[in-house]
Design a protein around this ligand. Structure first.
Ligand code: NAP
Length: 232
């Protein structure tokens, strides 16, 4: 049986493109979504050129991409997040949705976490699509690192938050495909309130030390991943 596709909504941006690249490189079937089919095609072409013909990603408008995939990665800015989610709610219902959205603001003192009425973008998403199985992940894995020439990213941990064990298992397997290490379950979805703004701290570190800081936890022994996780 052919493996199910992973849709990346907002896959034309640096984060979505980077995730598409890493997932496709590890053999996953990926479709890049956009509000505009031409932009989606251009985004897929950029990733496919990088993959040099070994694998290839597909493209579609966001709705079509989401409707045809059991797993959806949401890689859009917080600005416009609720409008976009509401416009796709029927296509997202019942899906495992992995959100990497970080509601951040920037002013002259640097990045900071925005106050979000529902607590976090991931909780907002869950409230807008109650039938979805939402996980927050990839919040602090930078697009620059994803798109870099590094062979694997196993020196990074990906913290995940969620209330649905199946969705956490699926997201953990995606983390393993992207970095070489399974994701770390940090706790329930409400902890997205702490996880999303953490990235403001990393961006601030990056600016000061001119680097691409990532996250690595000490003292956590991650279990081996089951390679045959059914993502449907
Ligand atoms: N960049 C990073 O290093 C990084 C790291 C971790 C997490 N994140 C998070 O991942 C998300 C995506 O990051 P990014 O840097 O890739 O963002 P981005 O380039 O600003 O946006 C990604 C894509 O989202 C779509 N989009 C933009 N504005 C939209 C709106 N108002 N409504 C609906 N769709 C819109 C666009 O695609 P179309 O125009 O083609 O539809 C755009 O290419 C953000 O929430 C960010 O906080 C980013």
């Amino acid at each position: 049986m052919e493996e199910e596709r992973i849709a990346i909504i907002g896959g034309t941006g640096p984060q979505g493109r980077g995730l598409a690249y890493r997932l496709a490189r590890s053999g996953r079937r990926v479709v890049i979504g956009s509000r505009d089919a031409e932009r989606a095609e251009q985004g897929a072409r950029t990733v496919n050129e990088r993959l040099a013909g070994t694998e290839s990603v597909a493209w579609a408008e966001n709705r079509e991409a989401a409707a045809g995939s059991p797993v959806v990665i949401l890689a859009v800015p917080y600005r416009g997040h609720s409008d976009l989610v509401q416009s796709l709610a029927d296509a997202l219902a019942g899906k495992v949705i992995v959100s990497c959205c970080n509601p951040l603001g920037f002013d002259r003192r640097g990045p900071f976490g925005l106050d979000v009425p529902d607590g976090s973008a991931a909780e907002e998403l869950q409230l807008l699509v109650p039938e979805a199985r939402v996980v927050g992940a990839f919040h602090h894995l930078s697009a620059v690192t994803l798109w870099s020439a590094k062979e694997d990213l196993a020196d990074e941990d990906v913290l995940m938050v969620g209330d649905d064990e199946h969705a956490l298992t699926v997201a953990g397997e995606l983390c393993a495909a992207v970095t070489g290490r399974p994701g770390v379950v940090a706790g329930p979805l409400r902890l997205a309130r702490q996880l999303e703004p953490l990235t403001a701290t990393l961006i601030s570190v990056n600016k000061r030390y001119r680097t691409q800081a990532g996250v690595r936890l000490v003292g956590v022994n991650l279990p081996e991943m089951d390679q045959d996780v059914d993502i449907a």
